[in-house]
Design a protein around this ligand. Sequence first.
Ligand SMILES: Nc1ncnc2c1ncn2[C@@H]1O[C@H](COP(=O)(O)OP(=O)(O)OP(=O)(O)O)[C@@H](O)[C@H]1O
Ligand SMILES: [Mg+2]
Length: 409
Amino acid sequence: MPLIELSGVHKIFGKRPQKALVRLQNGATREELRADGITAAVIDASFSVDAGQIFVVMGLSGSGKSTLIRMVNGLLEPTAGSVVVGGEDLAKLDARKLRRARRDKVSMVFQHFALLPHRTVGENAAYALKVKGVNRAEREKQAEQALEMVGLGGWGGSLPSDLSGGMRQRVGLARALAAGTEVMLMDEAFSALDPLIRREMQDQLIDLQTKLDKTILFITHDLNEAMRLGDGIAMMRDGRVVQQGTAEQILNDPATDYVAQFVQDVDRTKVLTASSVMERPVAVLGAGQGPRAAHKLMRENQLNSIMVVDRQQRLQGVITESVAADAVKAGKDSLDGLLVDAHLVTPDTTLSELFTPSAEQPAPLAVVDGERLVGVIARVTLLSALGNVSTNGGDLVTAGAGAAEGDHV
Ligand SMILES: Nc1ncnc2c1ncn2[C@@H]1O[C@H](COP(=O)(O)OP(=O)(O)OP(=O)(O)O)[C@@H](O)[C@H]1O
Ligand SMILES: [Mg+2]
C-alpha cells in the first residue's frame, strides 16, 4: 500500500483560488493567471510513494516542489485534490488531528538545517521528541542513537556552531530519524552542501534508508541527485508533473522534449545498472555434464568461456574454451578442477563501476542475485551499451569490437 498518495492535487495562491481553479480547468494558462496576480503553484499532481521507497520530486526553481511537500506535511491545504499520508486524508482531519498526524507521521529535513543555535546538538536531535512529550531520559537515549546512526556519536554536547555544514545537516537528519516517523520529507536537504559532502550524505541516506526502511520524499533541483537517490522520480515543470518513472525510464524514454533536454547531460554510466545491459547467460549445468558438453556449447555459441551453474542456477564458476578442449583431449568427463572464479557483480551495480573489472577480466562479468546467476556482461556488451549512451560512442564501439574479438561470453 502506498504510504503517500496524491491525487489531482492543485495549489493556487492568490485571490479566490477556487475561481482561478475553474479558469485553469477551462483552459486559462498559468501565465494568464499570473497576469492577474494568481500563482498556480501545483497543477494536477498525482503520484504515490510506496513504503520503503525514496521518491524524488525534481524540478527547477519555482516549479512547485516546496509547495507540494508542504501539502504532504499538512502545512498547506490543497486548493483541490487529496493528499493521503499513512492512510489519512489530511484535508479531512480537524486541526487537532492534523497536528497529531503531522507530529507522528512525518518529519522534515530542511535545506538550511533549521537547527536551534543555542541548543546542543543532542537537544536539537531530540527536539521532535520533546514536542511529543517524551521524557528526558528516553529522548536523550533516542537522540544519541540517531546521532550515532549519522556518524555523530559523541557530539551531543557540542553546539551547532562547532560543526561544519555537512555535520549540521547530519544533525538535521538525526533529528528526523529520532522523531521515529515512518515518513521523512526532505526539501533540498543537501543543496547547500559542497559536492563531495553532498555525495557522502547521499550515500548515507541510501544506507540509512536500507537499514531503517523509511519512506522518503526527497526534493531536489539536481537531476544527478534525483537519479542517484530516487526509486521513483517525478519531474515537475511550471507546477505540473511532466513525467514520472524510474531514472532509467526517464533517461531511456523521456516523455517530452523538455525532459529529453533535461536529461541529455546526465552521466548515464552512473545511472544505468548492470541489470539494464546484462544478457541472458549461456550456461552449462554442473550435474552430469562434463568438458565435452561445455566445449560443444562454446563452439555452437562462438564463446571463449562459459558459466557453469548448478540446478538451482547457482554459479559454480567459469570454464574457458582451451581448458575444456584440453580436458576433452585428456578424456576427462567431469568439470572438477577445471573451473575458475567469475568476477561477480550485482544487478544494481552502475555501469561506471563495471568498466575496471570488465577491462581486467577476459571472461564476462557474472551478474548474481544472491548466489543465483541472472546475467552476464561481456566487454563488448558493455562497450556497445556505452556507445548507445554517449554521443561519440561510435568510435568506442568500433574500438571495442576490435578489442573484443577474443572476448569470452
Ligand atoms: N505562500 C505563497 N504565496 C504566493 N505564492 C507562492 C507561495 N509559495 C510559493 N509561491 C509561488 O509558487 C510557485 C512555486 O513555488 P515553490 O516554492 O513551490 O517552488 P520550488 O519548486 O520549491 O522552487 P525552489 O527550487 O526555488 O525552492 C512560485 O511561483 C512561488 O513564487
Ligand atoms: Mg523550494
